[in-house]
Design a protein around this ligand. Structure first.
Ligand code: B3K
Ligand code: ZN
Length: 860
């Protein structure tokens, strides 16, 4: 198949200013009549040619009419999955009819059935599976949508915009008509039919308009929608305060569905959510779930401006809406809870998901240049690195300058399909700034590396900081230009512990720079990339003593966390590489953090964790998962044993905590389970008993799952007791059952790969549900030691799953390929086994474009 290239963009030949959709809904056979008002696009550069409407492979119109006249079969043709019609005049009304089968739609793109519901997912290219249409984001139309369906099966009929009519039809059927006054691309179309109940509420916007809010779920789930509703109202208020953006329709609906390919979808006025990002109560959802729900609800809501009012011209611009909106949701969450902990979590995600992508065969810039299948580009790079790029603009321009830029951007581009370039230009124009070099962040892939060396000349009271950056080559990009890197830095006195040079931002524009600090009359310690101000890897010449000092004294909490991580990494990497190492420094630093009365539990719970095995692997030239496991477990055991008294004290101090969703209660729960884990690894004789007691006595899922995870890592008899009890208690609840699968898939036990193979045979396992597939297979593939078990069975298992899933749902199957694609980073035996599985995948006949693209690029 031929790739789509960014530079091949041409405006559409035909526009569709308005359209009407008539749905006769039925799970087996839904009739879709589309009435399009089409007009020739007279803009510069628009090609002249016939009307070509995208359709799904194998789709054929039942009938085609032009201006009311039924065309004979020879007057239209289907070519390359497009319906092609030669039109003579500049404006016509085109009417097509198709019949589609939602209940056979296992890809979950277009119109599909999920647990008795009918719902849609159109981004990126799902609309063409519903009807023939120019399925590209730069064709914006006003929609009127009429749905007719059986009233008993589908009592609720929802679509975008405002409800303009409803009524009875024949044979127990009923209808509803919705109209969306805002022109939108077809990827934002949505429709839902089913037996749903709403949690209803309202929000009064800053200009005093009342918006009806509804979160639609199965009746039994209604009590679990309060948290999402609260998050929705908070995000509506936040976008007004922080960005001056108001909601623009009278209705905002959210629907939760059980079968969904990703998190949620920002369809205009009708967001559709994976139920895991809506449903929560203390009994079934962890604190992490609560946080994720608030983040995703906010994210989708924020898209109403960053994505819907201003949309993307083409899919290469995806980060225009996604990077910006992730930055917006991150800041929203930071404002709602602990900013420091939120930043730590976001950087962890970036390092776990985006850095490996940027350093591997699938590396691409946040604005890619080509794709085979756009679904493969909803990546950590486009989303999370994209958000970091926006954050750097915020850092460099300041909050006010950034806001001037977004105001101008929204004003200029409202109602249109824009580009990343438009966004950067608005930032420049609003601030009189020159971002010429900054644009490289959009075009260059790869994580920049910064080498920072601080030297002190005691006699002269001067310190000299030299900075050097390199951007590594990535596939298709051998030569890189330096990127502007905003580095927040400060100096502390090693002896006095006092700040010597207060925080400042240095933007490193060139390949290297030298900064001179005056008045430095004691030995300084460098604090750099504070708050993770640039998404880069920093290498410094700081000693363990410097890092230990910063981990206890830096006044930027992120930098404190970072110093501790670096100390742990230095120690573990030395151990893994067989060099001399000093575990004492880590043990003391952890002790100090753990007993520092000035720190809150949430921060401590993050700071005392060792870097993950996968992240340690990323620090090594060649990854040997067994060596990493050995060194990391050894240090964890020592920390557990030597700080046993401190862990016990922390555990006891957190124990009385009753469930409350507040930052401090969350922090206590976090630290409690972290302490339990260390006690267990340290070999405390009563650890399994403590864990079982926590498991049984918990009044919330965070504590219960935390205890279960601890037990699942070990061999105590309490393990099976807890796993069985958990299963019995929650077997009717799909979202909680997902946790049961995941807990076992991420277990540190040596036999996890075998256990996961067995779990794939469990009657509750299915590849048809993306959540369940991710819960077991996705989680397993992220468990470095287990997935890379030396005999290669982990690779074989995941490859088998990819091939099976590909026949049902290529988009989800393709997401499992990147872990195998990292083969070049592993020791030769494992690398060969991984590569062989990729080769087996690529050689399989009938592969989807999605899996083919990921697997073939991984071998290239
Ligand atoms: N825009 C959707 C993602 C669609 C993914 C399509 N493969 C959700 C989001 O980012 O908000
Ligand atoms: Zn998004």
């Amino acid at each position: 198949p031929a790739p789509t290239l960014r530079l091949d963009y041409r405006p559409p030949a035909w526009l569709v200013p308005s359209m009407r959709l008539d749905f006769d809904l039925d799970a087996a056979a839904t009739r879709v009549r589309a009435t399009l008002e089409v007009e020739k696009n007279l803009t510069d550069g628009a090609p002249r040619g016939p009307l070509a409407l995208d359709g799904a492979p194998g789709m054929k119109p039942v009938s085609v009419k032009i201006d009311g006249r039924l065309l004979a079969e020879g007057e239209w043709r289907v070519e390359d999955d497009q319906l092609v019609i030669d039109l003579v005049g500049p404006k016509h009304v085109v009417e097509t009819e198709v019949v589609i089968s939602p209940d056979k739609n296992t890809q979950l793109m277009g119109l599909y059935a999920s647990g008795g519901l009918l719902c849609t997912q159109c981004e990126a290219e799902g609309f063409r599976r519903i009807t023939f249409f120019p399925d590209r984001p730069d064709v914006l139309s006003r929609y009127t949508v009429k749905m007719i369906a059986d009233r008993a099966l589908y009592p609720v009929l929802l679509a975008n915009g405002d409800l303009v009519g409803e009524g009875e039809a024949e044979d127990g059927r009923h209808w509803a008509e919705w109209r969306d006054p805002f022109p939108k691309p077809c990827y934002l179309f949505a429709m839902v039919a089913g037996d749903l109940k709403a949690n209803r509420d309202s929000f009064t916007t800053m200009s005093g308009r009342e918006v009806q809010l509804g979160i639609w779920v199965r009746e039994a789930d209604l009590p679990r929608t309060e948290h999402a509703m609260g998050a929705l109202k908070s995000s509506m208020a936040w976008d007004e305060t922080v960005y001056g953006r108001e909601y623009d329709l009278g209705i905002f609906n959210i629907v939760a569905v059980a079968d969904f390919n990703f998190g949620a979808m920002e369809n205009k006025g009708l967001n559709v959510f994976n139920s895991r990002y809506i449903l929560a109560d203390p009994e079934t959802a962890t604190d992490a779930d609560y946080d994720a729900i608030a983040g995703v609800v906010a994210h989708e809501y924020f898209h109403n401006w960053s994505g819907n009012r201003v949309t993307c011209r083409d899919w290469f611009q995806l980060s225009l809406k996604e990077g910006f909106t992730v930055f917006r949701d991150q800041e929203f969450s930071a404002d709602q809870g602990s900013r420091a902990v939120k930043r730590i979590e976001d950087v962890r995600v970036l390092r776990a998901a985006q850095f490996p992508e940027d350093g591997g065969p699938l590396a691409h810039p946040i604005r890619p240049d080509s794709y085979l299948e756009i679904s493969n580009f909803y990546t950590a790079t486009v989303y999370n690195k994209g958000a970091e790029v926006i954050r750097m603009l915020h850092t460099m321009l300041g909050a006010d300058g950034f806001r001037r830029g977004t105001d101008l951007y929204f004003e200029r581009h409202d109602g249109t399909a824009a580009t990343c370039e438009d966004f950067v230009r608005a930032m420049e124009d609003a601030n009189g700034a020159d971002l010429a070099d900054f644009r490289r962040w959009y075009s260059q892939a790869g994580t920049p590396r910064v080498r920072a060396a601080l030297s002190h000349e005691p006699g002269t009271a001067r310190a000299r900081l030299t900075l050097e950056q390199t951007v590594p080559p990535t596939p298709g990009q051998d030569d890189k230009q330096p990127m502007p890197l905003p580095l927040r830095l400060a100096l502390f006195g090693a002896k006095s512990g006092k700040p010597i040079v207060p925080e400042r931002i240095h933007v490193l524009h060139d390949a290297s720079a030298e900064i001179l600090f005056e008045g430095v009359d004691e030995q300084p310690v460098l604090s750099i990339n504070r708050g993770f101000s640039a998404p880069v890897i920093v290498e410094t010449n700081r000693s363990s003593a410097d890092l230990a000092f910063l981990s206890g004294h830096d006044d930027d909490p992120f930098a404190r966390f970072e110093a501790m991580q670096q100390l742990m990494i230095d120690t573990l990497v030395a151990a893994i590489e067989g060099r001399a190492f000093d575990e004492e420094a880590v043990i003391e630093a952890v002790r100090n953090t753990l007993t520092d009365k000035a720190l809150d539990a949430a921060f401590i719970g993050e700071a005392v964790l060792l870097p993950s095995e996968a992240f340690l692997g990323d620090q090594l030239a060649v990854i040997d998962p067994s060596a990493i496991r050995k060194a990391r477990s050894h240090l964890r055991q020592r920390l557990g044993r030597e700080l046993e008294a401190e862990w016990r004290a922390a555990y006891a101090a957190c124990a009385g905590n009753r469930f409350e969703y507040t930052p401090s209660a969350k922090g206590l729960r976090r630290l409690r389970t972290v302490a339990l884990g260390y006690l267990d690894d340290g070999g405390a004789a009563d650890a399994a008993k403590l864990a079982l007691a926590q498991f049984e006595g918990a009044d919330n899922m965070t504590d219960r799952q935390g205890a279960l995870s601890t037990l699942a890592n070990g061999t105590a008899p309490e393990r099976e007791t807890a796993l069985a009890a958990f299963y019995d208690r929650y077997k009717g609840d799909a979202l909680v059952l997902d946790k049961w699968f995941t807990t076992q898939a991420i277990s540190m036990r040596d036999d996890t790969a075998e256990a996961v193979e067995k779990l794939a045979q469990h009657p509750d396992f299915t590849l048809a549900n993306p959540n369940r597939m991710r819960a077991l297979v996705g989680a397993f593939a992220a468990n470095q030691f287990a997935f890379h078990v030396a005999d290669g069975r982990g690779y074989r298992f995941v490859a088998d799953m990819i091939l099976k899933a590909d026949r049902l749902n290529p988009q989800s199957a393709a997401r499992l390929v990147p872990p195998l694609g990292r083969w070049r980073r592993f020791e030769p035996r494992r690398a060969a086994l991984m590569k062989a599985e990729l080769e087996r995948i690529v050689a399989t006949p009938g592969l989807s474009k999605d899996v083919f693209e990921q697997a073939s690029k991984s071998l290239a």
